[in-house]
Design a protein around this ligand. Structure first.
Ligand code: NDP
Ligand SMILES: N[C@@H](CC=O)C(=O)O
Ligand code: NA
Length: 372
């Protein structure tokens, strides 16, 4: 009789909204069936690591982390995790931050055989050099880079796209509403009526509900959608059997993106300051709503990866009040339409909540299960 595979060691970096929920979901798996052992937690100020004594499902992890005298040390964490990797022992780091510095560590982790799972969009949508180093390191060591939650949170967007591409379907266009924040804002703000709630108030609620990026301007400037489109474009380009017409994106900044940030609010350092000044611009947004309503239309922030036309773009568009983007979206819903050769005139559609801690952590945990 062969003995069962050892449990996968998991180190979690970033315990904010999504990270805390992920820890709770991981620890809620019944111990006798769980394929994981949570051996390390790192916040922006503290860290704990003990491979011999995994974190227990007793609800004490937050207090344990808060009481730790150990400061985050990523060089030490990398060495400690690398020392655990063996042909029979899998190790994974989950990055739940939105940090560029943590994203820059992925190639080093992957090179050492440490799997990387993340909802953080920074690496795969950032500088093309980092993206290429991630692919090369993963290919060289066999360690996996899994990022389902970076697009559509827990919705099966990346896995669906990978399956379409690897099975040889030809993706023609991927389009949709890719931002939970933008979806919530415009579902509430622009319903087809000429009036409604103030723009700044719906942005504040989206933030309170945990949909926005740590700085809500990263949603409103369209960068979050541009990052998601970059991830999709790169996933298509790297998996396709033949070259596509898609441009090689130097980074998400190469995506044609129409920002919603009033010029006066560009560069405001904190989310709180940004939210405080947003009401000054409510009248401008209300005017857009009134104009759309007069044309029988609603406002929606959409993104397109046009594989055949070689175009990747994001911006605010108007849709008839009978269009699916107007009729079928609610809350933080994302809708993603995959137009492909096999699906013909009726696209494959994925729809549902595209932001929020519970569904995002589920997407991350789902990726961890892909390592089992
Ligand atoms: N919220 C959502 O609906 C979704 C989020 N995501 C992505 O998930 C990630 C997390 O989002 P969310 O939980 O909402 O954001 P939060 O701001 O709540 O959490 C991020 C956490 O990362 C911590 N952190 C920052 N830098 C470091 C560091 N160097 N080392 C350790 N910890 C660090 C922060 O700590 P501190 O606060 O002390 O700085 C914070 O607790 C982001 O990349 C986001 O884009 C993806 C899909 C949906
Ligand atoms: N801020 C993002 C969170 C998920 O990626 C969004 O609103 O979609
Ligand atoms: Na997803």
């Amino acid at each position: 009789m062969s003995s069962p595979a050892p449990k996968i060691y998991v180190a979690v970096v970033g315990v904010g909204l999504v990270g805390s929920e992920l820890v709770e979901q991981l620890l809620a798996i019944p111990q006798h069936t769980s394929p994981f052992q949570l051996i390390s937690l790192t916040s922006s100020t503290r860290s704990i690591f003990d491979a011999a004594k995994p974190i227990a499902p007793d609800g004490a992890w937050k207090a344990q982390l808060a009481a730790s005298a150990q400061k985050p040390d990523y060089q030490a964490l990398t060495s400690q995790l690398a020392a655990l990797v063996s042909p029979t022992q899998k190790v994974a780091v989950v990055d739940n931050t939105s940090s560029d510095d943590i994203a820059a560590l992925y190639p080093a982790w992957l090179e050492k055989g440490i799997n990387v799972v993340t909802p953080n969009k920074k690496a795969y949508s950032g500088d093309v050099g980092l993206y290429e180093r991630i692919l090369a390191a993963s290919q060289a060591s066999g360690a996996r880079f899994l990022n389902e939650a970076t697009v559509g949170a827990g919705l099966p967007v990346i896995s669906t796209l990978k399956e379409l591409v690897t099975t040889g379907d030809k993706v023609i266009k991927v389009e949709g509403v890719f931002s939970g924040t933008m979806s919530y804002i415009f579902n509430e703000f622009s319903t087809g009526k000429p009036d409604g709630p103030a723009f700044s108030s719906v942005v504040s609620v989206a933030r309170q509900k945990g949909y926005t990026e740590p700085h809500p301007a990263d949603d409103l400037n369209g960068f979050d959608v541009a990052r998601k489109l970059t991830i999709l474009a790169r996933t298509i380009a790297s998996g396709s059997r033949t070259p596509t017409a898609l441009p090689v994106l130097a980074s998400f900044a190469s995506v044609k993106t129409a920002s919603l940030i009033p010029p006066e609010l560009e560069g405001i350092p904190t989310g709180d300051q940004f939210i405080a000044r947003l009401p000054e611009f409510d009248a401008q947004f209300a005017q857009l709503r009134t104009e759309a309503s007069a044309e029988g239309q609603v406002l929606r922030f959409v993104g397109v990866v046009d594989v055949v036309g070689g175009i990747v773009k994001a911006g605010l568009e108007k849709y008839s009040t009978s269009h699916p983007f107007a009729t079928s979206l609610g809350g933080s819903d994302n809708i993603v339409m995959f137009h492909t050769e096999r699906y013909g005139a009726r696209p494959l559609i994925v729809q549902g909540a595209g932001a929020g801690a519970a569904v995002t952590a589920m997407g991350v945990l789902g990726d961890l299960f892909k390592l089992v």
